[in-house]
Each structure stands twice: as structure tokens, then as C-alpha cells.
Design a protein around this ligand. Structure first.
Ligand SMILES: Nc1ncnc2c1ncn2[C@@H]1O[C@H](COP(=O)(O)OP(=O)(O)O)[C@@H](O)[C@H]1O
Ligand SMILES: [Mg+2]
Length: 365
């Protein structure tokens, strides 16, 4: 007889966590498929660490249930949950050797000396630090120490790997390299992983699924492309980076578009949506990278596009791209990120901006 396998290896169901009057987590459901990397993303204080600590057994849910591989674990003590954990401050034992640091979790598992050696060496190889076993943590760089923390977490072959902002203590360049390494390693060993971060780039670049949280409430979940391109609300669109918001009044659907009216009276076309009624207030959200800009003197109209006019107020280079702030005729400001132009646009240049209706999504206000 074949039993239908639950696609969610880790499940949170209707989880509430209160600390006195503070609601840290407010009725959250999470499904984490086996072998996947799921990020919990949100600003400081939104409940990410609390969600992780409840899975680890370091906190008890006030309400709701948590399951690992179909088994309810609310009352399973911490040492009986087979979990690997990594935190921002590597938390290595400073006076122990790297070998003993990595072997730590194995000592309580009745593993023979030979097997212990084999597994520690294999873990050090997996994090690409073979040969450091006799050193002390202080003899390694921050990035290397974090890899040791990772080796210590995976050496026990955990059911789930929990990472709480593991890269935030590292400097930017190292962080990006470690991001890729973590991703490769996670895929190589196939361990189900929950990754907590407040950094949207980290979440978007690493995850199979992103869960966006605010004030303990789940705002949206989806693939990185879904949450970025189809943000569910203003908060999510804003948190994921470089949005422009244009307040509008919704009109009617017309040839696969929604006709909407901007505050300046202009008519715009937005992507279709069944969620909005005629006359309702809404916002267009459009990413700074999706706007096309050119000198006003070159203006020509392509049918079916949206246009705005304004003046460059600010410009800053970001390597291959330029970030512009453009003041529109109604004095509002648009953020535009574009590739470096052959003839650069200067401050106070008059420009027109083209918006493809397909990039103008409507969200509730
Ligand atoms: N042990 C605790 N006692 C009281 N309040 C707490 C405790 N742990 C967390 N909180 C509160 O719960 C909320 C969520 O915290 P946390 O899960 O640490 O958020 P995040 O990790 O997203 O920054 C915050 O308001 C925080 O102050
Ligand atoms: Mg935290």
C-alpha cells in the first residue's frame, strides 16, 4: 500500500506566540517542502526568530501546532529534535579546537570515535575547510568561523537546518560569496532549510520559497519571482525593493487592461485584475528598473503605453546602473534605475518616462 506523502516536511499550523501583551507571531501557517530552502523575511521584530525558536524547541507556541515529517512536535524536548542551528554570532566554543567544535553534537549521540572522525572530516570538506581541525576559532576569519558553525550544524545530519541571519555579521563581498556557498551546500546535501533574514536580496537570491512577515502576520508567500513581481500589498512591494507607487482611481476593464485615473487626471493602463471595482481607490506599483526614460525632446508616443513627464532631480552611479530621481509635473517623485546611457541625463534635464502597462500592477491601498 502506498501512502500519499505530505508535501510539507515542516508544518506550522495556526501558530500564535505571545510574550505578555506582545503578540510576536499572530496565527501563522507555514509549509516547508522536504529538501527546500524557505526564507522568513521581514523587518526587525516581525517574529522571524520566534518562529525559528519554536521549531527548535526553545520557545513553546501559545496556540497552534508544529509538525516535522507528520509528527506533532510541540511537546518533544529540544534534545530529541534532530535540528541543526546557525546564528549570526557563530557561537563557537573559543577554547575548543575546530575538531571539538564540529564534533560537539556527535558526542551526545553515541557515535564511535572512528565514525566521529570520519563525519567531522567530511563536514569540514563540505564547508571547504579541510585541515583546520587542530586550530582554535580565533585563528580563523569571520567567514571561516561561520563555515565551521555550518559544519557543526550539518555533521549531525539534521532533519531541518535552521539559520537565523547567518550572514549578517559578514561584510558585503564575503556575504555574497557565502550566499552562493550556502545554496550549493544546501542543494548538495538536500537538507530542508529555514533561513531567517531581513535582507530581501538574500531571501530572493537563495530561496525556493519566501515568506514575508510584518508584525507577526504572514503577508505573502511564494517563489522569489512571485513575491517580487506580484507583491500582495504595499508593505511587501516596498520591502522587496525600489517600488514606485502611484495613487489611482480604478476605471473599467478594456482590451485586457484596467483603465485607471491618476491623481493628476491622466488616464493610465494597468494590468487586469478582478479584485477591484470601478471607482475604488488603489495604487499602481511599478519597479524602478521597469521605467524607461529619455530626453523630452525625443518624445514620441507608442500606442498602448503610459507616459509621464518630469525633470531629473538627482542622479547617482551604482556601477553598471544609474539611479535617478525624477520630479513629475505634479511635484511627486519617481525613482528610476537604468543602464548607463551613451549620453548621460543630467540634473534638471527634461525627460519623458515610458511605463509598459504590463509592469503597472494594481494593489489595494
Ligand atoms: N523573550 C521575549 N520576551 C518578550 N518579548 C519578546 C521575546 N522574544 C521576542 N519578543 C518580542 O517579539 C517580537 C518578535 O521578536 P523576534 O521574533 O525576535 O523578531 P525578529 O527575529 O523578526 O526580529 C518583538 O516585538 C520582540 O520584542
Ligand atoms: Mg531575529
Amino acid at each position: 500500500m502506498t501512502k500519499e506523502k505530505d508535501p510539507a516536511f515542516v508544518k506550522y499550523r495556526r501558530i500564535v506566540k505571545r510574550f505578555g501583551n506582545v503578540i510576536a507571531v499572530d496565527d501563522v501557517d507555514i509549509d516547508i517542502p522536504e529538501g527546500s530552502l524557505v526564507s522568513l523575511l521581514g523587518p526587525s521584530g516581525c517574529g522571524k526568530t520566534t518562529l525559528l525558536r519554536m521549531l527548535a524547541g526553545l520557545e513553546t507556541p501559545t496556540e497552534g501546532d508544529i509538525f516535522i515529517n507528520g509528527k506533532r512536535i510541540n511537546d518533544v524536548p529540544i534534545h530529541k529534535r534532530n535540528l541543526g542551528m546557525i546564528f549570526q554570532n557563530y557561537a563557537l566554543f573559543p577554547h575548543k579546537t575546530i575538531f571539538d567544535n564540529v564534533a560537539f553534537g556527535l558526542k551526545y549521540r553515541g557515535v564511535s570515535k572512528e565514525e566521529m572522525q570520519e563525519r567531522v572530516y567530511k563536514a569540514l570538506e563540505l564547508v571547504r575547510l579541510p585541515g583546520v581541525e587542530n586550530r582554535k576559532p580565533s585563528q580563523l576569519s569571520g567567514g571561516q568561523q561561520q563555515r565551521i558553525a555550518l559544519a557543526r550544524a550539518i555533521v549531525i545530519e539534521p532533519d531541518v537546518l535552521l539559520m537565523d541571519e547567518p550572514l549578517s555579521a559578514l561584510d558585503e563581498n564575503l556575504r555574497e560569496a557565502m550566499r552562493r556557498e550556502l545554496n550549493n551546500l544546501q542543494q548538495e546535501i538536500g537538507v530542508t532549510t529555514i533561513f531567517v533574514t531581513h535582507d530581501q536580496r538574500e531571501a530572493l537570491s537563495m530561496s525556493d520559497k519566501v515568506i514575508v512577515l510584518k508584525d507577526g502576520i504572514k503577508q505573502q508567500e511564494g517563489t522569489p519571482a512571485e513575491v517580487y513581481n506580484h507583491s500582495a500589498n504595499h508593505f511587501v512591494a516596498d520591502f522587496l525593493g525600489h517600488p514606485n507607487f502611484l495613487p489611482v482611481i480604478v476605471g473599467e476593464e478594456q482590451d485586457d487592461h484596467m483603465v485607471v485615473q491618476l491623481e493628476n487626471g491622466k488616464t493610465f493602463l494597468a494590468t487586469p485584475s478582478t479584485q477591484f471595482k470601478r471607482g475604488e481607490k488603489a495604487e499602481i506599483v511599478v519597479r524602478a528598473q521597469k521605467l524607461k526614460m529619455a530626453p523630452r525632446a525625443e518624445f514620441h508616443e507608442d500606442e498602448g503605453m503610459n507616459y509621464l513627464f518630469g525633470k531629473v532631480k538627482d542622479r547617482s552611479y551604482m556601477g553598471g546602473e544609474v539611479s535617478y530621481y525624477v520630479e513629475l509635473e505634479d511635484m511627486s517623485t519617481l525613482h528610476i534605475i537604468s543602464f548607463v546611457r551613451r549620453i548621460p541625463l543630467e540634473r534638471n534635464d527634461e525627460v519623458f518616462i515610458k511605463l509598459n502597462p504590463a509592469d503597472c500592477r494594481l494593489i489595494k491601498v
